[in-house]
Write a protein that binds this ligand. Structure first.
Ligand code: HMG
Ligand code: MG
Length: 307
């Protein structure tokens, strides 16, 4: 009988979201220089895909109102791709002016969360995304997609997986190189994850999917292991476990990058990330947001593992 451990890959790709998903949800607005210090520490730890900021409305997300300045001061390094959220043509114009090489478009599988988050119906949001995708491709940008509330909606509860499948297909057909499936409120459990991914795989290739798990109920890593077993090779995470959507009440932090990397390395899966330096980046994150962060490895430390 085959088991989980027969299906493991040699390597997976980690997509870091703390500078965007983390900082958008903090009470304090972190000064520009401190944001750059965090981005620098993350790149130094070996992260190669980092979501740096959002070109959204500063009225809606004041914590990231300095996106243009963040983009201008990115600590660019060979091999590191910095991306940014982009909801509409205004956001695209800002991303293009800032010479961002990858944008992330986003919408939800549930109407109520989508309207609360971007002030439009799902259909109208797909239209706004379509307006962005063509010019972004013409400008040579990579385009990533997000579908939120795939595992559940804070307003509507259960979400029919068929909705998430249909939106994912549309985003891929438009030209997204990858779609990240969001457990926006961290309600997912492993069997649900298995059932959902199987539904997805009937319609889209595994290699085009990533998982973006929030860890409100401590189930994020268990869901990631199910994803690994079924063939997902791309996972989003946030250093220290920062993160949340201001328009999703009850959404706690993302899966902590340190916890993900610790677990992957322990299973013999390479990430290219230096766990000790990543832990140090988590210390930078904690100091700039001025609160204790929830990540387990962040709290326990990595040096003690060698003692
Ligand atoms: P709106 O108010 O409906 O926009 O917001 P509008 O088109 O009516 O324009 C109103 C004003 O906003 C205008 O300015 C526009 O120029 C301006 P005014 O004429 O009044 O001076 N505006 C902009 N300014 C700067 N950049 C822009 C922009 N667009 C319009 N891009 C909008 C619609 C989508 C802009 C707004 O709802 C918004 O910014 N929402 C973003 C919310 C957000 O960022 N949420 C968190 C990220 S999603 C998430 O966390 C989930 C994820 O992590 C996955 C998961 O966990 O599931 C990705
Ligand atoms: Mg998120």
């Amino acid at each position: 009988m085959s088991t989980l451990f027969d299906a493991l890959p040699d390597r997976v790709s980690v997509y870091e979201v703390s500078p965007r998903d983390g900082l958008q949800n903090e009470r304090v607005t972190v000064p520009l220089g401190e944001k750059i210090r965090l981005l620098d520490a993350l790149a130094d730890a070996g992260l190669r895909r980092i979501e740096a900021t959002s070109f959204v409305s500063p009225k809606w997300i004041p914590q990231l109102a300095d996106a243009d300045d963040v983009a201008a001061q990115l600590p660019r390094q060979e091999g590191v791709i910095f991306s940014a959220l982009c909801p509409n043509p205004t956001g695209f114009a800002r991303a293009k002016a800032a010479k961002i090489e990858e944008i992330a478009v986003f919408l939800s599988a549930s109407e109520t969360h989508n309207r609360k988050n971007v002030n439009k119906t799902i259909d109208a949001t797909l239209g706004a995304i379509e307006e962005v995708v063509g010019p972004a491709k013409a400008a040579g940008m990579r385009i990533r997609g997000y579908v939120s509330t795939v595992w559940g909606c804070p307003y509507e509860g259960d979400v029919d997986p068929a909705r998430s499948v249909a939106i994912t297909e549309k985003l891929l057909a438009m030209g997204c190189y990858q779609v990240s499936l969001g457990d926006t409120i961290g309600s997912g459990t492993p069997k649900q994850t298995r059932d959902l991914l199987r539904r997805m795989f009937d319609a889209v290739p595994k290699s085009a999917l990533a998982m973006h798990m929030h860890d409100t109920r401590g189930t994020a890593l268990a869901n990631v292991v199910v994803g690994l077993e079924l063939g997902i090779r791309d996972f989003d995470a946030s250093v220290g476990g920062m993160g949340g959507c201001p328009y999703a009440p009850g959404a706690a932090g993302n899966l902590a990058t340190e916890d993900l990397v610790y677990t992957l390395h322990g299973m013999g899966i390479e990430t290219g990330i230096d766990l000790e330096r990543l832990w140090e980046a988590g210390q930078v994150a904690e100091s700039i947001v001025q609160r204790k962060l929830p990540g387990k490895v962040h709290q326990s430390g990595v040096r003690s593992l060698r003692a």
